[in-house]
Structures are given as structure tokens and as C-alpha cells.
Design a protein around this ligand. Structure first.
Ligand code: GDP
Ligand code: CA
Length: 323
């Protein structure tokens, strides 16, 4: 079975671990990761979602924090703060810094982000879950999520990382734009992976800043719609609120109903959608919108529940194939 997963960072990589536990090494898993979180900092290209997937599956992640490297130290960050540089709010760890150095050096010498990602993954893959997946960026073009907000009573345009890390999503959201997306194109391998897929999965990733940008890269949404493979997804919203992260603030700011049904229908590509048992009353609304919906437990609390969620996702896909 060829499985393609369109993933953000933390929610997506947790789900992928469950998916690997629910499948066999004969199944090919291609992960297309969001790159609209990416940012230039101190001359370095930082790719938070690609790195979260790589470190999580490659056993390099700090499991407590859920992002960044295990056994991390923060000397460079402290030194940057001592120089009073404006971007010292970003959590650049010393070990993590090496990843950004290798990637940026490759990009500067003319390699694409897909090749840089492959090179970085080659270090982590042997003997880990990462060995079983192919990790692709959604695009090699620079796409960045920016938030229109108000800071200190003045209108401001800030990078998504500044919104999330510096302001802890505590400033209002007036608009969200993915700069550069209209002129971007899918990274090498992405459209082929979708065309070859038997199942396409939207894991429980942020609908506005993770899954949304991947679908909005010109060509990707059309590729999903014209694929014969069922497109199935897992709601990141449970009981009228996102489970972790800042999706609640984004949905509220954009005036989108914070429900598993509204978020699922909005993607416009789904054949099937899993919602939590607490949201079973939304099944009818989804089915009226042409999306087959099933209510199952969606909390990825531990390895067993996460694996079961992947089993349920593949079961829904199988049901849609037969139908
Ligand atoms: P990020 O890039 O690190 O923000 O990670 P993602 O975009 O991949 O995932 C973030 C989303 O995961 C959030 O919007 C959460 O609602 C969702 N999420 C996190 N944990 C869980 C969980 O246990 N179950 C479900 N259904 N969603 C979750
Ligand atoms: Ca992200």
C-alpha cells in the first residue's frame, strides 16, 4: 500500500508514528510536510515542521517539549540575547543550529529543499521509524504564513513564528496569508506520490497553518481531487476546540466555526473524516456535505490509542475504496 500523509509538525508526526505501528514495512509512507512555517533567522533557513517530523520519527526529538532536539542546550540563544538582537525570542537550540547550518549551506550552494531534507534525514533514518518514510517538503519555493494583527494598539504584519512563539498567540488575528503561495509549485516527487497513492491521509494537523497551506500549493488540491485514492482525515478539533496549539485563535480570528464538521468540510478534498465520539452529532452535517464520517476516539494519549486511530483511519479508507 502507498500511503501519502499531508502533515504539519507535532500533531502530524504523532499520528505518523501510529500509522507506522499500524502498517508493515511493505507499506510505503510518503510524508508531504508543511513548509509555510519556515523562516529566515540569522541568515539560516529554519523549517519547523520538516524538523519536527524528522526528529520525532528519527528519535532525536525532545519528547517533553514536543519539538527541537533532545539533550538541547541554549548557549547560542543566550549569546544572541546578550547582543540584544531582535529575533532572540526564537528558540534556537545549540544542537538544532547544526541542522539549520547544514540545510542553509546546501540551499546556498544551489540544492533544493527536497535534497537538503533527504540529506538531513539520512543521518536520522538508520534504525529508526524515519527509515520507513520518505519525507518531502510541500514546495521548494519560499512560502511563509504571515498574520495581520494589532500589537500595542497599532496594526502589524508579523511572521507566524512571531505570532506563536513571541506573542504566544495572544494578539488578535485579523487575517492569515501565505506569502508566495500563488507562485509556488509542488516539490519534486509530491505530485507523483499523490498519483501513486492508494490512500491519502490528512492527519490531525492545524487546518489553517499546516494542512491549509499544503492544499493551497497550486496543483496539490487538484491532484487530490483527480486521484483514485480515497482522501481521509482526522479532525484536530474535538468538542469545539483544538486539542493543543493555536488553532482556536486562528479559527476565531478568521470567523470559522470551531467544530470538527466545519473544519472538515472547509478542506474541500475529503472523502472521509474521523471525528471524536464527543462530536458524533456532527456526522449528519458532514454526510450532507458529501463526506463519509465516523465517530471514534481521537485523543492520541499514548502509543496504543495513537495506533488505534491510524487503524480506524485506514479502515475508513478501505470502506471508501469498496464503496
Ligand atoms: P504543529 O505544526 O506543531 O502545530 O502541528 P500540527 O499542525 O501537525 O498539529 C497541530 C494540531 O494537532 C492542533 O491543531 C491540535 O488540535 C491537533 N492535535 C494535537 N494533539 C491531538 C490529539 O491527541 N488528537 C487530535 N485529534 N488532534 C490533536
Ligand atoms: Ca507547524
Amino acid at each position: 500500500m502507498n500511503i501519502v500523509v499531508l502533515s504539519g509538525g507535532v500533531g502530524g508526526s504523532r499520528f505518523i508514528r501510529g500509522l507506522l505501528a499500524a502498517t508493515t514495512p511493505d507499506d510505503q509512507v510518503t510524508v508531504v510536510a508543511n513548509t509555510a512555517d519556515d523562516i529566515w533567522l540569522f541568515g539560516l533557513r529554519v523549517c519547523p515542521d520538516l524538523d519536527t517530523v524528522m526528529y520525532t520519527l528519527g528519535a532525536g526529538i525532545d519528547t517533553e517539549r514536543g519539538w527541537g532536539r533532545t539533550d538541547e542546550t541554549w548557549n547560542a540563544k543566550a549569546e544572541l540575547g546578550a547582543y540584544d538582537v531582535p529575533e532572540a525570542w526564537f528558540g534556537l537550540g545549540d544542537r538544532d543550529l547544526a541542522t539549520h547550518l547544514v540545510r542553509t549551506e546546501m540551499l546556498r550552494s544551489g540544492a533544493g529543499l527536497a535534497a537538503a531534507t533527504e540529506r538531513l534525514c539520512a543521518r536520522w533514518a538508520p534504525g529508526t521509524d524515519l527509515e520507513r518514510i520518505r519525507l518531502l517538503p510541500m514546495t521548494e519555493d519560499e512560502v511563509e504564513t504571515w498574520i495581520s494583527t494589532t500589537v500595542d494598539d497599532a496594526p502589524a504584519e508579523i511572521h507566524f513564528q512571531e505570532f506563536w512563539i513571541r506573542h504566544h498567540a495572544g494578539v488578535p488575528v485579523h487575517a492569515v496569508t501565505q506569502r508566495g503561495i500563488e507562485s509556488s509549485s509542488p516539490a519534486p516527487g509530491v505530485l507523483q506520490a499523490i498519483a501513486d497513492a492508494d490512500v491519502i491521509v490528512l492527519p490531525p494537523s492545524n487546518p489553517i497553518v499546516s494542512v491549509g497551506p499544503i492544499l493551497d500549493v497550486p496543483g496539490i488540491r487538484d491532484a487530490l481531487r483527480s486521484s483514485d485514492a480515497p482522501v481521509v482525515g482526522v479532525s484536530p478539533v474535538i468538542g469545539g476546540g483544538a486539542v493543543r496549539g493555536m488553532a482556536d485563535q486562528l479559527l476565531a480570528g478568521l470567523g470559522i466555526e470551531n467544530s470538527a464538521a466545519a473544519v472538515g468540510l472547509r478542506h474541500g478534498v475529503l472523502d472521509g473524516w474521523l471525528l471524536d465520539t464527543a462530536d458524533a452529532h456532527h456526522v449528519a452535517q458532514l454526510e450532507a456535505g458529501g463526506v463519509t464520517a465516523r465517530a471514534v476516539p481521537l485523543w492520541m494519549s499514548d502509543d496504543a490509542t495513537t495506533r488505534q486511530l491510524a487503524v480506524d483511519t485506514l479502515a475508513l479508507a478501505a470502506e471508501l475504496c469498496r464503496g
